[in-house]
Structures are given as C-alpha cells and as structure tokens.
Unconditional design. Sequence first.
Length: 237
Amino acid sequence: MNYYYHPNPKESAVLSNEESAHIVKVLRAKNGDEIALMDGKGNSYLAKITEPNPRKCGFEILTKTSKAPKGFRIHIAISPTKNMDRLEWFVEKACEMGIDEISLIQTQRSERKKVNLERLEKKSISAMKQSKNFWKCQINELMDLKSFIANNNHEGQKFAAYVETGREDLLQKKVTPNSDCLILIGPEGDFSPEEVELLNASNFELVSLGANVLRTETAGIAAVHTVNLINQGFKKS
C-alpha cells in the first residue's frame, strides 16, 4: 500500500493539495476508500476517505501504529555541491537509508552559496514514503562552518571526512555501535588547513572513507551506509 504524508493527521483531517490531487485525480480514489498515512514522527495510520476532493481530500483515522526509533542517530553536515541535482540525489538516497538529520555547511572552498530547501524537503518526504521509514529527516538551513560548530550541541561521536594526508583511520574503525554520530563532509577541494585546525580544536576526529577519492555526495552516502552497517543488530537500550 502506498503511503501519504501528513505531519499532524489528528489535528487536521485534510491532506495537502499535492497529496489530494494524486489520490483523487491520479488514483481515482472514492469516498470510503482506505489509505495509509505517515506523519514523519514514527507513526503510521490507516484512514478512510470521507471527502474525495482533489484540492483538500478529507479522511477519518481508523487505526494508528507507532514504530520505535532506532538506538542511534545519523547527522551528516555536508557542503552543498555545485550541481544542485547531486545534492538532491544525496538527500533522496540518504533519506531512503534512514538518515536522521542533514545540515548544509558553507566552507571556504564551497562552490554553492544558496540552496532550495523546499526542493530538498520534497525529496526527503518522497524518499521517506518510498522506503517506508516513518521518520522524516530534519534538514537544516545553510550555515557557515564556524557558526555550525559554535551552535551545535551534539553529544555523540564527531567525525570529519578528510583525504588530504591519507593517514586518517577508516570511519568503520571508529564508529561505536548504538551511538549518535555527526559526520562532516567537505566540498570537492576538501576542508582548508584553517578549517582542519578548527575541527581539531572542536574535537572532531578526522577519518577516511576509503582509498578512493569520492565526490561530495558519494562521500555522504558512504558515511551513512558505514554507520548503518556498524549498527546492524543493535537496538536501543
């Protein structure tokens, strides 16, 4: 069964224009048809259509099911790629894999200074529905690296992917299972020496994602996949 997104289905029993149009115009849903909803907060709902309006489809909730969160969080802070399509691809695939939070960081060598958050939000919602993850990824606005570090209160493990020296330990050797992870991914030209000094001073551990030099968006996916693999078989205590 296909899922439709509604952030607060118990407060407002009407779907968005986009979801309503898809259900009523494309799928030809009728009054009384059952649909599945998710709120992006770990809950799914079985609902019944009460008003098949293509602009504001009304529904009635029949049952609710809750999914427990996993025992770890993955937060990737990534420099936006010059090509917006590549950033959108990263968001889509990372959300399919269950990433919890994405921050966009402006570094000295970043080539893009503006991003379309609305498009990224749509990609994250679409990926959440497709993967049946039930937890929506939080996407944060673009912020310069210094401000991000100064305002971040992450209490778990902190890493920064770095390829300049080739002496860094692999990420998979450093990740502690069942622990929250914040991983910084720099631009195509990597972090500058000054930024590396800032990362070291801010208790970020420099790590490698492998022998090959990866594009920014590929590095982000590799980091998410690595943390997920390390946590296979572990549950929240």
